[in-house]
Design a protein around this ligand. Structure first.
Ligand SMILES: [Zn+2]
Ligand SMILES: [Zn+2]
Length: 380
């Protein structure tokens, strides 16, 4: 079965929701307008519970509970799409397609409330602050899994490039673990004309930035993936003063827990060792923000089957390349098995850029995919 007819008929309605969300972007946990509209719609659809939404099937003999998750938050970017429904808030925009994700899950909720053609329970999860990478974790800490007895979880992200009506997925790691590091280097300040009386933290920072690249070059198997990016370098206030301190901040991305542990350990050793060699000291803070997004092989089979039914076999990539981007849905997939899929959004500007806009042509495919996950995974 391709796109479900009833869902194809909802296209204009759901595109209207999507464009309204697009015009009213909200950031982080501050998604009150969006969440309010979501709750109102779920209530109007006749969900059995509203926050998060719960929909009981025609039968519930199976005792199965499936979670479908979308994110609602936007980004601190000044929109430059020029569309008539562009952001009405300067400096905020839906540049990651979460307006589309929210609308597709709402569309699926509407269809599933109407038809209830499954045996079990669907929980529709609308989460805040994906971009801050803590919204999903907050919902888990709130008891999301236990409260509903969720057994499996599915998520989806828009995928600029491939045409609407295509999907990409793979079993195993799909997105990276994203960690954040801060290295504070303490030296000794001096007049710039007397460097021999200083312990120059700027020199230490320069050596440290370079040495950190040996994690990828010399510590990790070249066939494994690791990114070490020092993205912030702060030191000094004047051209003629050697400062007391320097601070480096950046991110480490990995696709396996083993490589992640290696990178974290080497980062600390290199930072402290480099500082010590040059007579300074370094304090390292390493925050493990998000784990690897790992697709369960069995749940990926279901996702693949459903995506092929909706989009046609030739339009579904079953071994899409992993990327070093991160997704806080990874926290949920650590709690319960599930699958995360990419949905083609057509050519155009990339995610997190001022020109990006979710392509509404993808809506019926995404909604059908989510609806059919419930119907196929929990057949009535
Ligand atoms: Zn994003
Ligand atoms: Zn996103």
């Amino acid at each position: 079965m391709p796109v479900i007819n009833r869902i194809a008929a909802m296209q204009d309605e759901v595109a209207g929701w999507r464009q309204d969300f697009h015009a009213h972007p909200e950031i982080g946990f501050d998604v009150h307008r969006t969440a309010g509209i979501v709750a109102d719609k779920l209530r109007a659809f006749g969900c059995d519970e509203v926050v998060p939404g719960m929909i009981r099937g025609r039968k519930t003999a199976s005792d199965r509970v499936m979670g479908l998750r979308a994110d609602m938050d936007a980004l601190p970017i000044h929109e430059a799409t020029g569309v008539p429904y562009a952001s009405n808030t300067p400096g905020k925009m839906h540049a990651c397609g979460h307006d589309g994700h929210t609308s597709m899950l709402l569309g699926a909720a509407k269809y599933l409330c109407e038809t209830r053609n499954f045996d079990g329970t669907v929980v529709v999860i609308f989460q805040p602050n994906e971009e801050g990478l803590t919204g999903g974790l907050a919902m888990l800490e709130d008891g999301l899994i236990g409260r509903f007895g969720i057994q499996e979880l599915y998520g989806m992200h828009t995928w600029p490039g491939p045409a609407p009506g295509t999907f990409g997925i793979r079993p195993g790691p799909l997105l990276a673990a994203a960690d954040r590091f801060t290295i504070e280097i303490a030296g000794k300040g001096a007049h710039a004309m007397a460097p021999h009386t200083s312990i120059d933290p700027v020199i230490v920072a320069a050596h440290t930035i370079t040495a950190l690249q040996t994690i990828a070059a010399r510590n990790v198997d070249p066939l494994e993936a690791v990114v070490v990016s020092t993205c912030m370098v702060h030191a000094g206030d004047a051209f003629n003063i050697i400062p007391e301190r320097a601070t480096l901040t950046g991110t480490v991305r990995t696709l396996s827990e083993g490589v992640r542990d290696t990178a974290a350990a080497r980062l600390a050793a290199i930072a402290k060792g480099t500082a010590a060699t040059l007579g300074a000291s370094a304090t390292v803070t390493y925050e493990r923000a998000v784990p690897v997004t790992i697709n369960d092989p069995d749940k990926t089979k279901l996702a693949l089957q459903v995506a092929r039914e909706v989009a046609g076999t030739s339009n579904v990539l079953d071994d899409v390349a992993p990327t070093m981007g991160a997704e806080d849905f990874a926290h949920m997939l650590k709690e319960r098995p599930g699958a995360y899929i990419l949905i083609g959004n057509g050519p155009g500007p990339g995610l997190h850029t001022p020109g990006y806009n979710f392509n509404d042509a993808a809506l019926p495919f995404g909604i059908s995919y989510l609806a059919r996950l419930a119907e196929t995974g929990m057949p009535a």
